[in-house]
Design a protein around this ligand. Sequence first.
Ligand code: ZN
Length: 159
Amino acid sequence: MNEALRRLVEAGADVVGFNCTRGPETIMKLVESATNAGIKVPLAVLPVLYRTTDEYPSFHSLPDPKTGERAFPDMDCLLCSRRDVIEFGQRCAQLKIPYVGLCCGNAPHYTRALAESYGRRPEASKYSPDMAMHGWLGTKKDVVDEHYSVTIKSFQNNF
Ligand SMILES: [Zn+2]
């Protein structure tokens, strides 16, 4: 793979990298190899949002864990978690990858998680989960109680 990247650089590419097919965990093996190989231009990395494996490196080949049949194109049962995305982003940030993104299977909450993993605070961060507000596990009980009070009244008024 690194030879292909070197050839692209020799042909004049300003940026090389990996887009689509592999999920965050398995694409990082290629990224780390490219980083260690000393590719002389910035790397770009955009994995799919499916949990590909060494056995099934392409998301198109992943089996549905329930049926054992090829899941594509009904891939929801194989989606990454936001934690997967955050770990991917943190590792890319450690490696100083200047261009990261997400490909097939992406949704706004994943993009927000990736941005936050790079230390950014996009406008959508106002919708990020705040566990302090959690009804059972939160620490802001006065706010949580008010929220649940309003929610329960709204529920009662609608039914
Ligand atoms: Zn894709």
